[in-house]
Design a binder for this molecule. Structure first.
Ligand code: SF4
Length: 539
């Protein structure tokens, strides 16, 4: 049966006598910022390899039910982050209510650690962990009318299956499907900055990050850190530049390079010779030694993202398992600045049981680094991560997983007034870093005011200015820049910010300062294992 004569959506577990030659798969993302959703684009490429059609639904831009009715997909796929979990859970229930026969498949970090979503969210399959090959097998099974019950990494309501090995070599994957997001008229197609991933995985085990749990989950199933070959990457970047235009490359790997090794030297040489575009990448401060910075600079590195995360070494070491001295961070900043590379530095405020003084220390520490783009968010306890699970265990989160944003804490160890101060610091911290003479006013007075749209717009203006000027230089005419600015604003307002708090609508609560419980010794829940695991790197 082809799509043309198919009466409706195909059954969740198709029988052999309703074999579909070609399926239409609708991929759902919550919103579309300026960074391509590469995970979904890999899945779409795998689907297309097998002859299936792809379509993209951006939840914040159109009504899901109307689009599904119009598109008549055979399957809907979603990759879910914890911050969006509540939105996707509601969506899955609505879809199943309206289209009970539609095959619903979810993957991504949140459901990897919440496989039970297959029942609670009423979906047909959850893909756990690295999902590309599991998704390929799932498509083959659905397409052939076979059961999907025994596919490794795929969990159904009836059955949980074991994990398969991590994909190696990565080159067996097709290049991500750019057509999915570079559709005509779409803002990403014309953007001069395009995103790529040269690797997967991370060898570190920061407590707030999925990677530490991924590494535990895959401890007997392959090396977590794997790289695409240099030729695979150069071919992809060159093709994207030819097909869509690109004059700045964003390398979105968790950690782009650990040291100067053969892969990096080959990449630097071929990238400089055959691509020759400025690029951005992410690297931990402790790795940014002079020899590595020199190779990056010679290859064309324009900007680097490095995470500071906390101003206090005690918090970095004991709570986050990022044991870097202040000197290591300052040295990294110095090496990068001496090479003429701009820095985007992130830090988290509102770590469990900390005080606003700790947050001020974090902003002041970041200010001392004098980076081009200092960025602050409030800690989000992701399910499945060591620190996130500790927050759940300790009862710091009310309810299951409340809707939340990156500028207001959901931890109940903070009073509403403390959350207001954290939120103001998220918005004003960038100003405290760029103009240190404002620190007194910001730290002593402004952050204790009610959060308000003025602070938000100050943050919005400054962050967009420094990111577009120094980190990912946007080249466009004034009209297009304005359109992008409006889109960026819509993106922030469409779920990333807590509008109720911003408009002062949250009910005032009694201020009760929680006791400080962070001990000087490493907490029990953090396993005394090495923070960095050499054996996880590629050979
Ligand atoms: S270094 Fe970055 S990607 Fe790696 S575990 Fe830490 S936070 Fe995660």
């Amino acid at each position: 049966m082809d799509r043309g004569d198919r009466p409706g959506c195909r059954p969740a577990v198709p029988s052999a006598d309703c074999r579909v030659i070609r399926m239409k798969i609708l991929y759902v993302v919550r919103d579309m910022s300026f960074i391509e959703p590469l995970g979904v684009m890999f899945l779409s490429a795998i689907g297309k390899q097998q002859g299936h059609e792809s379509a993209l639904l951006i939840l914040n831009e159109e009504d899901a039910m109307t689009r599904i009715k119009r598109e008549r997909p055979d399957m809907i796929c979603m990759s879910v982050m914890s911050v969006d979990a509540d939105v996707f859970e509601r969506l899955c229930r609505r879809i199943k209510d309206r289209f009970p026969d539609l095959f619903l498949c979810v993957g991504g970090p949140h459901v990897t650690f919440e496989c039970d979503a297959v029942r609670r969210w009423a979906v047909d399959a959850v893909v756990q962990g690295e999902g590309d090959l599991a998704f390929r097998d799932l498509l083959r099974a659905v397409d052939a009318g076979r059961s999907v019950e025994d596919i490794p990494n795929v969990h159904t309501r009836a059955r949980r299956n074991p994990m398969r090995r991590l994909i190696e070599p990565l080159d067996q994957l097709p290049h991500p499907d750019r057509e999915l997001v570079y559709f005509p008229g779409g803002h990403l197609r014309d953007l001069n900055v395009k995103s790529f991933m040269t690797s997967r995985g991370c060898a570190y085990r920061c407590t707030y990050c999925f990677n530490s749990k991924y590494n535990e989950m895959y401890s007997k199933n392959g090396r977590p850190v794997r790289r695409f070959s240099v030729d695979y990457m150069i071919e992809e970047i060159a093709r994207v530049r030819t097909d869509y235009g690109c004059d700045f490359v964003r390398l979105g790997d968790d950690v782009f390079a650990y040291r100067v090794d053969d892969w990096l030297l080959e990449f630097a040489e071929k990238y400089r010779r055959r691509i020759g575009l400025p690029f951005y990448c992410l690297i931990r401060p402790n790795l940014l030694k002079p020899d590595l910075v020199r190779v990056l600079k010679e290859a064309g590195c324009h900007s680097i993202s490095m995470s500071i995360e906390a101003g206090s070494r005690r918090l970095r070491r004991e709570v986050l398992l990022r044991d870097m001295t202040d000197e290591v961070i300052f040295d990294a900043v110095r090496h990068v600045h001496e090479a003429g590379i701009h820095i985007y530095a992130n830090a988290m405020l509102g770590l469990p049981h900390t005080t606003i003084e700790d947050d001020i220390e974090t902003v002041a520490f970041t200010a001392r680094c004098k980076v081009a783009y200092p960025s602050f968010t409030v800690f989000t306890p992701f399910k499945g991560t060591t620190l996130g699970e500790k927050c759940f265990r300790d009862g710091l989160i009310d309810g299951d997983y409340p809707e939340h944003t990156t500028d207001r804490s959901i931890l109940n160890c903070f009073t509403e007034r403390e959350k207001d101060a954290q939120m103001n610091l998220v918005h004003l911290g960038i100003w405290a870093c760029k103009f240190p003479f404002l620190q007194n006013a910001i730290f002593r007075r402004l952050i204790y005011m009610k959060p308000n749209p003025v602070f938000f717009f100050l943050w919005y203006l400054m962050k967009n200015y420094v990111s577009a000027r120094y980190i990912w230089p946007i080249r466009a005419g004034i009209g297009k820049k304005l359109r992008l600015a409006v889109r960026a604003l819509r993106f922030e307002l469409a779920g990333r910010l807590n509008l109720r708090s911003l408009l002062g609508l949250d009910p005032p609560k009694k201020r009760v300062r929680p006791p400080r419980v962070i001990a000087d010794q490493r907490p029990d829940h953090l396993r005394p294992s090495p923070l960095f695991q050499e054996e996880m790197l590629p050979a």
